[in-house]
Write a protein that binds this ligand. Structure first.
Ligand SMILES: [Zn+2]
Length: 346
């Protein structure tokens, strides 16, 4: 990237006062790890690669389905027909958009055993997941390594985002001490999601990425931004006073409970039964009433005091009050985790 010609493609962005040629050269030298390549992730990857972020590592465990095309902007019908993993299909598209940057697809399930390696060499981590467990893992790893990261989440027509600069702004656990219990919040599968809100939230995240990478730290968003594009709501919630005021296990006491496996889920393949058990490490208490209300849009749900049953995607779920589920119809641990996150939520 030493000749003038490659920089020309970024001329409109370099003319912007906040970036300039120096900022552009910093973007070209930057390395971003992007966790998740679904709705938020494809918008983020598109923005980063077009802007000339030099190295983008795209991590996703999933394959593309037709129902993704409504909002996952890098994919098309050919990708569904080819049965491609999201990270791989996105990397192919992005190479055609900007062949001068390095896009590294990683098809894997992010968990506590690999998160540190996946983010260690990055200047910044971006959250493009729809999964609380992964967000708390990102938070632990980022705070431990002192790396900035940008949280984003969307469901229905609303979404939120915040930027975490370890030691300088509150971390995810300062603001949301615990993840919602499984089944408590809806998921995109049960509550749906609008394409436009995804684009808005991811665009805030991408702009924060540019500020952090180019050194524009004085402009970084230090609030929690919440917006609802259907209900016409836009709020900024002041979170800066939380830093050091709450007894945060992560950035305060430096106890990385998700990374160390005290929280989160674990899975076991049930031999010879074509079933996988997904269980929560920390005690939790499910409300079958709430979970049934989310799930009944997808089909019949039955429950009593002891268990809840439903069928979806060719699998039968049996869910217990402690958050444990036996998913029958697959022996693949990763598929079971994906299904659990999609329909029970976490
Ligand atoms: Zn904290």
């Amino acid at each position: 990237m030493s000749t003038e010609q490659p920089l020309e493609r970024y001329s409109r962005q370099m003319r912007f006062y906040g970036i300039g040629e120096q900022g552009q050269r910093r973007l070209l030298d930057s390395h971003v790890t992007l966790c998740g390549c679904g709705a938020l992730g494809t918008v983020l990857a598109n923005a980063l690669v077009r802007a000339g972020v030099g190295h983008v590592r795209l991590i996703d465990r999933d394959f593309i389905e037709t129902s993704n095309l409504q909002r996952q902007v890098l994919f098309d019908e050919h990708d569904v027909a080819e049965n491609l993993p999201k990270a791989e299909a996105a990397a192919r598209k992005l190479a055609a958009i900007n062949s001068s940057v390095h896009v590294e697809p990683v098809v894997t399930d992010i968990d506590r055993t690999n998160i540190v390696e996946l983010v260690r060499d990055a200047d910044l981590v971006l959250d493009g997941t729809d999964n609380f467990e992964i967000r708390y893992l990102i938070n632990d790893a980022a705070v431990k390594l002192g790396k900035p990261w940008v949280y984003g989440g969307c469901i229905g027509s609303h979404g939120q985002t915040m930027t975490i600069l370890p030691g300088e702004t509150p971390c995810l656990r300062c603001v949301f001490e615990a993840a919602p219990a499984p089944g408590e919040a809806g998921t995109c599968e049960t509550a749906g999601v609008l394409g436009p809100v995804v684009n808005v939230v991811a665009s805030y995240q991408a702009t924060e990425a540019f500020k952090i990478l180019t050194g524009g730290r004085d402009r970084i968003n230090r609030d929690l931004i919440y917006l609802d594009v259907w209900e016409n709501v836009h709020r900024r919630i002041k979170i800066a006073p939380l830093l050091g005021k709450v007894d945060c296990p992560c950035c305060g006491r430096r106890r990385f409970e998700w990374l160390e496996g005290e929280h989160g889920s674990h899975t076991t393949s049930l031999c010879g039964r074509n079933a996988v058990q997904v269980a929560q490490r920390a005690p939790t208490r499910l409300s079958f009433e709430d979970l049934a209300r989310h799930l009944e849009k997808l089909g019949e749900v039955s429950y009593n005091r002891f268990l809840l049953k439903f069928q979806v995607d060719g699998c039968e779920f049996t869910v217990f009050p402690d958050g444990r589920a036996i998913i029958k119809g697959t022996s693949e641990v990763e598929r079971a985790r994906t299904l659990y996150a999609k329909y029970i939520g976490h």
